[in-house]
Design a protein around this ligand. Structure first.
Ligand SMILES: Cc1cc2nc3c(=O)[nH]c(=O)nc-3n(C[C@H](O)[C@H](O)[C@H](O)COP(=O)(O)OP(=O)(O)OC[C@H]3O[C@@H](n4cnc5c(N)ncnc54)[C@H](O)[C@@H]3O)c2cc1C
Length: 484
């Protein structure tokens, strides 16, 4: 698949072109929110969608929105939170934090929660207390990040912020939100053109002034005072993945839709956009639930621990990717073992002694024994001086026999998507490497680099929340631009 940048078309391509105020590329959560807000601000909006229907990867997703600062669900379930604590947390987990964006995202989070509900549904006012990948039923809230994990729990007061749409299951829940978004967009007068893919940007003196499209064999060009690119990520483009984030190339399961082919990113780059975090994947193979597996220890091929096991699953996986040969094992004793509800990390075997386990896993003799002895000694006092696992999850693993699960890349069923995107301002304006704005060009969702920057700091729900929030901002700002 191509990694090439599409050609940029000259302004002369717009001779006799039809006109819109704002053209949005892609009808996922980000593009839908951008188009709706632009139309509500009075703009004539054309939304180009390459597929035969709206939804994209958003409609496939589980339905976590990362929201906080005192939402109605947080208040109803007795969880105190403030925009300031949310800000401090997101600042702490970011690889290269953009304080202005994080501040806006947190300050406006309650308003954004209300806006999402006003599409026409309510998050359930209920809380799921366990350690899980997603709420098992329709519970509205749970912890979906590293808020209670060292060192973050000392940097911001932990609060659960993973709001799940009231649909059971771990995939497809967001279809319901997309259906509502499509209805609201139609009411607001957004003109949606399906099976119509954007192919090139039209640029005049560095400014984006239009976009070319293709529908089967038909082609055309639209003049616009602003173009919002919200066309998803690049996990479905094997060559872009190999070039930028090779670990995702050895994944066994890709999370995305056919059109996550990186064309949106390449369209942006063709007009001069800087692309950021292109080498960072979200990659994960959760070993929990059941929660009690979190009491086990995770070691590398040298028998050494390398992460607090109570970390959010993508954080644990991030560190697995950074271990020698990307090999890792979860070791659990017989008092705590219970097979994972979703067997993504295969059970290897059980052994009567640690010696036997070391030799079966080809861990240097004595290394795992030393790690377990030291861990168990501290665990008796509910302490973990090495990785500061939360005391709630510290229990000695000293009751043989012991079992091991394989977390190694190539053995565990890792799934993932890309996190890289265009550099943008707080209003979604696309920026060049020198920080200057490309006039007339906006990006949102998986096409833009915002809050979610790497797997180490990722919290479930940041993609849908930032895609919708910064999509809305991009739509409003685009609608306010003067004409060409
Ligand atoms: C199984 C699964 C579960 C997930 N769960 C969660 C979760 O619970 N919470 C969370 O925050 N994130 C989750 N994610 C990630 C999240 O779904 C995505 O990051 C997010 O939906 C991206 O939204 P988007 O609007 O940027 O892109 P998309 O929703 O993919 O929308 C992009 C649209 O652009 C269209 N398009 C592409 N190219 C063109 C073109 N050239 N011209 C016109 N149209 C084009 C596509 O067809 C698509 O409709 C999950 C992902 C998966 C797959």
């Amino acid at each position: 698949m191509t990694t090439a940048l599409p050609d940029v078309l000259p302004a002369s391509a717009l001779d006799a072109a039809e006109e819109a105020d704002v053209v949005v590329i892609g009808f996922g959560i980000a593009g839908g929110c951008a188009a709706l807000e632009a139309a509500r601000a009075g703009a004539r909006v054309v939304l180009l969608e390459k597929a035969a229907t709206y939804g994209g990867t958003s409609a496939m997703s589980g339905g976590h929105f990362y929201l906080g600062g005192g939402t109605a669900v947080q208040r109803a379930t007795g969880h105190e939170d403030s925009a300031e604590e949310m800000y401090q947390y997101l600042l702490a987990v970011s690889q290269d934090p953009e304080p202005e964006k994080i501040r806006a995202f947190c300050d406006d989070s309650v308003e954004h929660f209300d806006w999402i509900e006003a599409l026409g549904f309510e998050f359930e006012r209920s809380y799921f207390p366990g350690k899980a990948v997603i709420q098992p039923n329709t519970e509205g809230l749970m912890f979906t990040g590293n808020e209670k994990v060292h060192p973050y729990r000392d940097q911001a007061v932990p609060a659960p912020r993973g709001h799940k749409v009231p649909v059971p299951g771990d995939t497809g829940g967001t279809q319901m939100v997309m259906d509502l978004l499509a209805k609201r967009a139609e009411e607001a007068g957004v003109e949606v053109r399906y099976e119509t893919g954007a192919t090139n940007l039209v640029v005049e003196e560095g400014k984006v002034v239009g976009v070319a499209w293709k529908r089967f064999t038909e082609t055309g060009v639209l003049r616009a005072k602003a173009v919002v690119i919200a066309a998803g990520g690049f996990v479905m483009n094997p060559d872009m993945v190999a070039e930028n984030t090779p670990a995702l190339g050895s994944k066994l399961f890709v999370l995305g839709n056919t059109y996550d082919d990186g064309l949106g990113l390449r369209l942006g780059a063709s007009a001069g956009a800087q692309l950021r975090f292109m080498d960072e994947p979200f990659i994960t193979a959760p070993f929990y639930p059941p929660s009690q597996l979190v009491t086990g220890i995770v070691v590398n091929k040298d028998g050494q621990r390398f992460v607090a096991e109570d970390s959010y699953h993508a954080r644990t996986s991030y560190y697995v990717m950074h271990q020698p040969e990307q090999k890792a094992y979860l070791i659990v004793d017989s008092a705590h073992i219970e097979h994972p509800s979703m067997p993504l990390c295969p059970f290897i075997d059980g052994w009567e002694s640690v010696d036997e386990m070391e030799s079966a896993l080809e861990i240097p003799a004595g290394a795992l024994q030393a790690t377990l002895t030291s861990y168990n000694e501290n665990a008796k006092a509910k302490q973990d001086p090495d990785f500061h696992k939360h005391p709630d999850w510290i229990e000695p693993q000293d009751q043989g026999p012991w079992g091991a699960y394989d977390l190694s890349l190539g053995k565990a069923l890792y799934a993932g998507f890309t996190l890289g995107g265009m550099r943008t301002s707080v209003d979604g304006e696309v920026e060049r490497e020198d920080g200057s704005v490309i006039e007339g060009l906006y990006a949102a969702g998986a096409c833009a680099a915002n809050i979610a920057q790497d797997g180490k700091g990722y919290a479930s729900g940041t993609q849908l929340a930032e895609g919708s929030y910064f999509g809305r901002r991009a739509g409003r700002h685009a609608a306010s631009r003067p004409g060409n």
